[in-house]
Design a protein around this ligand. Sequence first.
Ligand SMILES: [Zn+2]
Length: 348
Amino acid sequence: MTCYILPAHLLIELAEAGDVDLRDTIATLLASATLRAQRETLTEAVQFLDLNAAQLRGPAAEAKAVHDVQGGDERGLPGVLRRKEGDGAAADPTVNDAFDNADRTHDFYRDVLGRHSVDGNGLQLVSSVHFGRDFDNAFWDGTQMVYGDGSGKVFQPGALARDLTVVAHEITHGVVQYTAGLRYRKQSGALNESMADVFGSLVKQHALGQSADQADWLVGAGILGTQLQGVALRSLKDPGRAHQLDRQPAHMRSYVDLPDDGNPRNDHGGVHINSGIPNKAFHLAATRLGGNAWDRAGKVWYDALATKLRVNSTFTDAAAATVASAQALFGGEVASTVRSAWTDVGVS
Ligand SMILES: [Zn+2]
């Protein structure tokens, strides 16, 4: 599944506002539809046939590689290899940003959660930069991370690969693909998006040594271009308040029930919209538990993702799974804090 950091409905609203010419970006999205369908088939094969990375790609020594697709589209991926494991810094700062942020994300998963790469088996982390022309998005395409340069209107130039939360968000879509495989539609899709935001924020908090109280809980802080007014792309602390078009709910009473009908306005049934609800549940659990969010809340969410959630899990399933993981890992007090976090966003 291709998981974009910026939902298509936001692109459309920006284009309709008239200030931003996003024809190139939207054309790129549409042109990629066929290839995307092929990758979805691959993703499902991984999920249901339990193929492992070695079978798909051959053995890879838990390494990273950054390619340059030189303005090309999905047919050009991954592009020219610019930096691989063991190389010194490249001449291109965007190549180094993608490399270093993949490295930080990789080390978080290994050191904090004991997971080796997205597949748990050392799969090489492949990234491509300079996708499209002024392309205002980043995505996980089922096999690798891809970063556009940003037009300056939606995202600042170079900001997508430079932002650790964006990179960790995309890599986490890979982790979700190889664990619960949360289907990218409706509530399971919103859980998929939420997991990517939760671990996107946690990787940054860990890199900065910030406690739950100190963290900004933002995804894409300070990377917005001139046409998006706000502090970030999303906020786990204050869903719906990151920028002027942010309509994420923070509670089930405001759940946005959209169809999964292929209309990009409807965001696969609100996957980037209703993710605000589980995001807020995680923020509440982590701040109430205190200390570093990755020490307890992060481990609970990861355990639920890796061992309990399934392709069609709902918010209610996620609440039950995280409460059970909390009980197993840390006991009743942590479990009851996790339960109250979900209750307070209207999920029980
Ligand atoms: Zn995403």
